[in-house]
Design a protein around this ligand. Sequence first.
Ligand code: ADE
Ligand code: ZN
Length: 323
Amino acid sequence: MHSFIRALPKVELHVHLVGSAGIDTVLELARRHPEAGVPADRDELERFYTFRDFDHFLKVYWAVQSMLKGRDDIHTLVVGLARELARQNVRYAEVTVTPYNHMTDGMPGDEVLAGLESGRAIAAGIGVELAWCFDIPGEKGLPAARETLAFALNRPEGLVSFGLGGPEAGVGRAQFAPFFDAARDAGLHCVPHAGETSGPETIWSALRDLKAERIGHGTSCVEDPALLEHLALKGIPLEVCPTSNVRTQQVASIGAHPVRQMLDGGVVVTLNTDDPPFFGATLEGEYLAVATALDLGHADVARLAENAVLASFLPNPRKTPLL
Ligand code: ADE
Ligand code: ZN
């Protein structure tokens, strides 16, 4: 099964750019920015990177974020991600970028775009097509929404969608409706996180108020049979990130993950990594873990991979040479 999964051409629909930074990338950044205090020694960095708990995850995430100062740093991140995707035969990825966090850290928007674009060109050269989702860090509220939208309306090359991430508790989805409306009017797809760290009502709100076309995570949908049925009937795909959900303690284990109920309920499930090196995840690993837990055969696994192709915002997914 492992070699089958490795050979399968894959699509990743839910991976955060900062959260994709692996050890090699962070070593490069740490040597470039020693003032950030991130370990520039491999062994030490590996210890720092080992997942302990959610607070430690945030600490590492913000340490990486603090080293992103200019276009070269964004370029380094994108190229590091693309190499890892190529290694796993992931041919296309929609990558979530949070421009507001870079800009509030002092990086001009033009630098962000230049790094994304140059990195994307290198990715294409090694057989990985990248597209961008610009997301609002929900915990930063309406100012973040305003700036993220304004930045997205520049319509940079490769931008396909508009998202909403961060914590869900106390961060209602509905307040962001006007920003999602404007993004949609500009031709962007809408893909908020919902139901990762809160209940099904957040998913309903993402569908109703933000007109979500896919849901980031959606884990709690299984708590509401009417919602499960709605997602299945409307063909709204879920970007399921099993290892992330275990690491952040939303579910006890891969075996206990509601992915089985989602599939049994007829929901379009896609498998994704979220913040892969932070959680010790790879896309291959997600496929293998779910295949093992659910006792899936090759055809079922191929169907999951196909779901991601069809749920993608590739202009003509049925005609891509990915499958
Ligand atoms: N940003 C980075 N990782 C995230 C996650 N797991 N949930 C919400 N926002 C995020
Ligand atoms: Zn996420």
